[in-house]
Design a protein around this ligand. Structure first.
Ligand code: PAF
Length: 258
């Protein structure tokens, strides 16, 4: 497995790929778990080569403490990537590798990015779209894999790919859940032991109650502080129930198709 820390180091390797090769890409912020493994396995089964990126992107955090506390497990992540058979990892250590002139040029969206998570985390999706645009331009994948747990993120990246005529296929991958019903997330590592038992109730309430207000009341009764829990009709014709809720200082998100 090749590992690259800079754009300059990665590019010659990418140039060596045969024209027409299928390059699968799984962008991550590390702290890899089985949800990421599912994205990697799917990419490997559908492409000639799979590239993983590991970069905790500072511009998508609207709270300094969240950025500073974001789990970092690079050694374990690289071991897992190697075991899974990833071909190359792009893992810049320094933010300046991706933001050489700081955060001056931004990709922004005006409607969906201001709703749901965007309403509670101002600037979050600008940071996500900006770094994903950079990563697409560096990695130059033919296929890119995004987890449906961050469905709003997937929809916004899809909008960006279409709007900027980016020549790749975006592949959404269904969320991976623990047997308890908790959606897998890198942030789960920070859930306090006393909150562990409550965490799966978020997903359970989202699927068990027909009325969104009843789901929200059940989640609040269980002790979560809810940012939002709402049903949303999407431009693609789907209706999904979206939620973000806090357990202590850990923010969990989930969504289900109705
Ligand atoms: O979903 C994530 O892990 C991040 O938002 C992403 C897509 C890697 C961009 O930093």
């Amino acid at each position: 497995m090749k590992t690259f820390e800079t754009v300059e180091a990665y590019r010659p390797w990418r140039k060596g790929m045969l024209a027409g090769a299928r390059i699968g890409f799984v962008p991550t912020m590390g702290a890899l778990h089985q949800g990421h493994a599912k994205l990697i396995r799917q990419s490997m089964s559908e492409n000639d080569v799979t590239v993983l990126s590991i970069f905790v992107n500072p511009t998508q955090f609207n709270q300094k403490s969240d950025f500073e506390n974001y789990p970092s497990t690079l050694v374990e992540d690289l071991a897992m990537a190697e075991k899974l058979g990833v071909d190359a990892v792009f893992a810049p250590k320094l933010a300046s590798a991706l933001y050489p002139k700081g955060y001056r040029v931004k990709v922004t969206e005006d409607i969906l990015s201001k709703e749901l998570c965007g309403a509670h985390r101002p600037g979050h999706f600008d940071g996500v779209l900006t770094v994903v645009m950079k990563l697409f331009n560096i990695v130059r994948p033919t296929h890119a894999y995004f987890g449906e747990k961050d469905y709003q993120q997937y929809l916004l990246v899809k909008e960006m790919v279409e709007d900027y005529f980016i020549d790749l296929k975006l592949v959404p991958v269904p969320t991976e859940y623990e047997s308890s019903g908790l959606a897998l997330s890198s942030r789960n590592a920070r859930i306090l032991p006393e909150h562990k038992i409550m965490a799966p109730l978020l997903h359970r309430a989202m699927v068990e109650f027909d009325r969104v207000d009843d789901a929200r009341a059940a989640v609040e009764d269980a002790g979560f502080v809810v940012d939002y829990l709402e049903d949303k009709h999407l431009e693609n014709g789907e209706t999904r129930r979206f939620a973000a809720a806090w357990l202590g200082d850990v923010r969990l998100i989930d969504n289900v198709k109705l």
